[in-house]
Ligand binder design. Structure first.
Ligand code: BG6
Length: 484
């Protein structure tokens, strides 16, 4: 079995990491506009990079500069989207995953009318994609919720967020339904637990009547319910549409075959799956419910929540995969980092400079597990390697390390499909260099297209094709057959 003819080859980006134009055309401030570049903090120290306090928010609101706030400037996709989409088309993209910045549509999240400039902007993007026959895959919330909602409600802890999000989603379905068939509700919904502010607008020092942990599970519950209602409305407003849920696939191995290690890895995998279980099976898994109860966490539910979850499940499962991790009962073992998750170092795997362990076979394992567990269509919406690139004197970028990474992963994908996995697309992260979500660096590059900009925003923003650009073009042309 090989890949289907209309396999959705492409790339994935997110508004807050590419658009820039953070305060243009009535856009409101989002949680991403608070993130600063911290050159003196170890890039592997994700906690230090991702903790946000009320004081930091206040400071960010008073600062209007963009040098130390890289997500405010992105790579100027806002003005250069035509040129960038043209380059994606040149590589033969069949799909582009983008996100909509909620704050372009509702700057503070609570306006009565949407911002027409924001609607116009995304319509133009969708028209441009259509011109090149590129299918959009659209995430409604990718780490860019309105900052005002974080400040007023402590983000998703408050049930009010469900209505506000659904209203925003409905505006998007109505305005863009003509152009967009594939939708996603929340990017990596499970990440609320890892970076509560970035994903759900939760600020720890505002957790007064509840603990941070309670806030996280309550916010997650509100997001599941909001996703269920959005799924229902999406199907009603765009009959042909497909609404997916998205998981960070955190494949965890036992560090040894010691039963205690196996148990820890099992627990870790079950915790990860729970987020997809709820959105695909339509209910909280019994063991997960008990686990919350044992922690003393009581989720406040609305009367109809359980029914909403049951009746409005996801049409497909999208997931990101960058690395695997291991669990061990031995606390003295060396840790490694990755995607804001720590794990015990796997001695069999190499790591990137950021400590993310490279494991192509883990992607096949993940695909097989997910297919077996959920048996619904799958799509890989993020996979890629962050690396430092060098431009040679003749303006070339020889990124064979990236080609190797992608090649090995795509090979495992082909094997998994051969084994029967129902995969309908692959959008790598990211087809063009952009601002890193975890460290706000520009120098952590993922693209097939190089962007001339450094960590402090110096550079011409000129786009250059890396060696991987030509390689990926050939992969798409041959539908995954020509990997060398
Ligand atoms: C994923 C996010 O978790 O990881 C992306 O959805 C992010 O937004 C990607 O960019 C890579 O992480 P980083 O920290 O290298 O940008």
């Amino acid at each position: 079995m090989s890949l289907r003819k209309n396999f959705l080859w492409g790339g994935a980006i997110a508004a807050n990491q590419v658009e820039g134009a953070w305060n243009l055309d009535n856009k409101g401030m989002s949680v991403a506009d608070v993130a600063t570049y911290k050159p003196n903090v170890d890039v592997k120290d994700y906690k230090a990079h991702n903790t946000v306090t009320s004081e930091m928010i206040q400071q960010a609101k008073e600062d209007s500069e963009i040098q130390w706030y890289p997500k405010r400037r992105g790579i100027d996709f806002y003005h250069r989207y035509k040129e960038d989409i043209q380059l994606f088309a040149e590589m033969g993209f069949k799909a582009l995953r983008i996100s909509i910045a909620w704050t372009r549509i509702f700057p503070n999240g609570e306006e009565l009318e949407p911002n027409s400039a924001g609607i116009e902007y995304y319509k133009n993007i969708f028209k441009e994609l259509k011109k090149h026959d590129i299918e959009p895959i659209v995430t409604l919330s990718h780490y860019e919720m309105p900052l005002a909602l974080s400040e007023k409600y402590n983000g998703w802890v408050d049930r009010k967020l469900i209505d506000l999000f659904v209203n925003y989603a409905e505006v998007c379905f109505t305005a863009f339904g003509k152009y967009v068939k594939y939708w996603l509700t929340f990017n990596e919904i499970d990440s609320v637990g890892r970076h509560p502010f970035t994903t759900a607008g939760i600020v720890e020092d505002k957790c007064k009547e509840y603990s941070l942990e309670e806030a996280i599970y309550q916010a997650l519950h509100h997001q599941y319910v909001a996703a269920a209602i959005a799924t229902k409305r999406c199907h009603q407003l765009i009959p042909e549409s497909k609404m997916g849920c998205m998981l960070t696939k955190l494949t965890t191995y036992p560090n040894t075959c010691k039963p205690e290690d196996v148990l820890l890895s099992l627990q870790s995998n079950l915790d990860n799956y729970a987020h997809a279980d709820i959105q695909i099976f339509g209910e909280y898994p019994p063991l997960y419910k008990q686990r919350l109860q044992n922690k003393g966490i009581e989720i406040k539910k609305g009367k109809e929540d359980d029914q909403l979850l049951k009746e409005n499940t996801a049409d497909y499962l999208a997931f990101s995969y960058y690395m695997s991790r291991t669990e061990s009962s031995d606390p003295t073992l060396e840790q490694t980092s990755g995607n804001t998750i720590m794990g015990v170092k796997n001695p069999y795997l190499p790591s990137t400079e950021w400590g993310w362990q490279i494991d192509p076979v883990g992607l096949k394992i993940s695909l097989l597990e997910l297919q077996d567990r959920y048996n619904i269509p799958l799509i890989i919406v993020e996979n890629g390697m962050g690396a430092k690139d060098e431009v040679t004197s003749d303006g070339k970028i020889h990124d064979n390390y990236r080609i190797n990474y992608m090649k090995q992963h795509i090979k495992e994908i082909m094997d998994a499909v051969e084994a029967g996995v129902d995969l309908f697309g692959y959008t790598s992260w990211a087809p063009i260099d952009l601002i890193s979500v975890s460290t706000s660096q520009m120098s952590k590059r993922y693209g097939y297209i190089y962007v001339d900009q450094d960590d402090l925003g110096n550079g011409t923003l000129k786009r250059l094709k890396k060696d991987s650009f030509y390689w990926y073009k050939q992969v798409i042309e041959s539908n995954g057959q020509k990997l060398d």
